[in-house]
Design a protein around this ligand. Structure first.
Ligand SMILES: C[S@@+](CC[C@H](N)C(=O)[O-])C[C@H]1O[C@@H](n2cnc3c(N)ncnc32)[C@H](O)[C@@H]1O
Length: 292
């Protein structure tokens, strides 16, 4: 066990992640932490294409161990070593990233990334010839307001909180509405989640949503953008999912409710809903009750 109860866990691709006793979840898919960063976040946001621009702007919602950011910057500099990265990250607990550095978990990405991200985590700011970075520490529901106010418009947003039932605060209509305000007109937002509630909340923010291929598990992820620019379309099954009670989004009107209150509010709305019960949709598509 590391300090503060973060337990190291080996994942299917040989990379490590932590388990959070507080949220009762690992920080990454057990099929592969590094693979998840690459296939659920870097690939869907098409960063190897965007890397040809002189400046690429990234917003990392839930920096955690820093894997999504490390994988993204490595991909960008692999294609275009001169690309300038303008980066903002949001994280409640910077000790997670400090633990990742202490365990040398970022050493799987090429130099100078481990050193640069170490400096970022230590100082919460980083300024070099090719990177400008600010790590905003605190509840993302508050820190996102600073990003909106600064006019930051991202080419790519990584949306990577713990799962909606465990951390509903960061999947609500209100929070995702603010996150969407930080996405550029041609930018892409990616998340591992295929939750109908999350997709509907992204759509309520004016985004179109597409599906990213499943990685090591049955369910796909989600990629969203203000433009239809080649978003992989949702399947018929996924479209029908958006018409079920699972699609009732989480709400947090004043962006300050506890997780339990947000979950309870949604349950009340679901009970009163005339939408199809999600179990019937699952049965129609022969899906195990435990997934989706
Ligand atoms: C699934 S992990 C993120 C993994 C990370 N993206 C990576 O690549 O290593 C979720 C993170 O959300 C953070 N978190 C939880 N609640 C938060 C909140 N209200 N605001 C900001 N961050 C939060 C946790 O501390 C944790 O680091």
């Amino acid at each position: 066990m590391t300090k503060d109860n973060l337990r190291l866990e080996l994942t299917g691709d040989g990379s490590f992640t932590f388990f959070s006793p507080e949220f009762g979840e690992t920080f990454h898919s057990h099929h592969g932490a590094r693979q998840e960063a690459e296939l659920k976040f870097v690939e869907p946001t098409q960063l190897r294409v965007t890397a040809h621009k002189p400046v690429v702007r990234l917003l990392d919602v839930c920096y955690g161990l820093g894997y999504n950011t490390a994988a993204a910057i490595a991909a960008i500099w692999e294609v275009n070593p001169d690309c300038k990265v303008d980066w903002v990250g949001l994280e409640l607990d910077p000790d997670v990233a400090k633990q990742a550095i202490a365990h040398h978990l970022l050493a799987q990405w090429p130099p100078p990334l481990p050193e640069l991200l170490g400096e970022l985590v230590e100082n919460q700011v980083l300024q070099t010839k090719n990177i400008t970075a600010r790590l905003l520490v605190g509840d993302a529901r508050q820190t996102i307001e600073q990003v909106v106010a600064s006019g930051f418009k991202a080419d790519a947003i990584f949306l990577d909180p713990f799962s909606p039932p465990k951390c509903p605060q960061l999947w609500t209509v209100e929070f995702l509405g603010l996150v969407a305000q930080c996405l550029g007109s041609t930018g892409r937002l990616a998340t591992y989640s295929c939750s109908a509630a999350v997709r509907v909340a992204l759509m309520a923010a004016g985004l179109r949503v597409g599906s990213t291929p499943p990685v090591g598990r049955r369910s796909p992820g989600t990629v969203a953008s203000f433009m239809d620019n080649g978003l992989p379309p949702l399947s018929q099954q996924e479209l029908e999912h958006l018409q079920t009670r699972a699609a009732i989004p989480y709400r947090d009107p004043n962006l300050c409710d506890e997780a339990a209150a947000i979950v309870h509010r949604r349950q009340i709305e679901q009970q009163a809903s005339a939408l199809e019960p999600t179990g019937i949709w699952k049965k129609r598509h022969q899906l195990p009750l435990s997934t989706w």
